[in-house]
Design a protein around this ligand. Structure first.
Ligand SMILES: Cc1ccc(Cc2cc(O)c(O)c(C(=O)NC/C=C/[C@H]3O[C@@H](n4cnc5c(N)ncnc54)[C@H](O)[C@@H]3O)c2)cc1
Ligand SMILES: [Mg+2]
Length: 221
């Protein structure tokens, strides 16, 4: 049976990237996906926006929804301080195992925990099973119709605090209209849109940042 695209991405990383060097893994995936096979990694243009928001959040505990091949997990984890961690949820077992190997090649296995399963099943386990108090940063990049229900679920599970930062990919393409409607009409979130382009393409796309109760957090300091 011939290999999947994701397996071919792993092959390229395994052959071309410098072990233990996250930047070389990021560059290798971007090169492969822009030259040979398009894949739904956040990519370098939107990845730069992701980097900036992660640096702003400076998270102790970060969550990603939709690991895929681990590209954005590596972008996030490479910026995390010592003794901080990224939890990333992925329900496709093949993608989870490929991501695990790619994250290992980047030398970031200590900082990243891949939680295999559906976000709607795992989010309610984060506090007790994964010892999460609250999440400082959440990157949403899974099925777009799950963005809104999972944001509501994060709230219901008491996982968001004053100042928690959410960042959502693909607000224009494929689009996440229910999420945008929910988050922009929710007084407790301050939203910012970052226009960009679909990974490896000239198609318009955007990312949306939503900060929970920003004023309150600001008043604390
Ligand atoms: C045909 C076509 C192709 C690409 C595009 C453009 C385009 C561009 C992009 O940046 C995109 O992010 C996307 C996109 O669809 N992303 C969906 C990403 C899913 C990954 O997350 C996993 N997953 C999905 N739901 C869950 C869930 N509840 N719990 C746990 N894991 C989940 C899946 O297992 C995948 O690993 C699409 C538009 C149209
Ligand atoms: Mg995406």
């Amino acid at each position: 049976m011939d290999q999947s695209k994701e397996q071919r991405i792993l092959n390229s990383v395994s052959y071309n990237a410098v072990k233990g060097d996250p930047e070389s893994v990021i560059n290798c995936i971007d090169k492969y996906c822009s030259q040979y096979e398009w894949a739904m990694n956040v990519g370098d243009e939107k990845g730069t926006i992701l980097d900036k928001v992660v640096e702003e959040a400076d998270p102790s505990v970060a969550l990603e929804l939709g690991t895929y091949c681990g590209y954005s997990a590596i972008r996030i984890a490479r910026l995390l301080k010592p003794n901080t961690r990224l939890l990333t949820i992925e329900f496709n077992p093949e993608f989870a195992s490929i991501a695990k190997e790619i994250i290992e090649i980047a030398g970031l296995s200590e900082k990243v925990t891949i939680l295999e399963g559906h976000s709607e099943d795992i989010i309610p386990q984060l506090k007790k099973k994964y010892e999460v108090e609250t999440l400082d940063f959440v990157f949403l990049d899974h099925w777009k119709e799950r963005y809104a229900p999972d944001t509501i679920l994060l709230e219901e599970c008491g996982l968001l605090r004053k100042g928690s930062i959410l960042l959502a990919d693909n607000i224009i393409y494929p689009g996440a209209p229910e999420f945008i409607k929910y988050i922009r009409s929710n007084k407790r979130f301050e939203c910012t849109s970052y226009p960009s382009h679909l990974e490896y393409m000239k198609v318009e796309d955007a990312m949306e940042k939503a900060v929970k109760d920003p004023g309150a957090a600001a008043m604390l300091f």
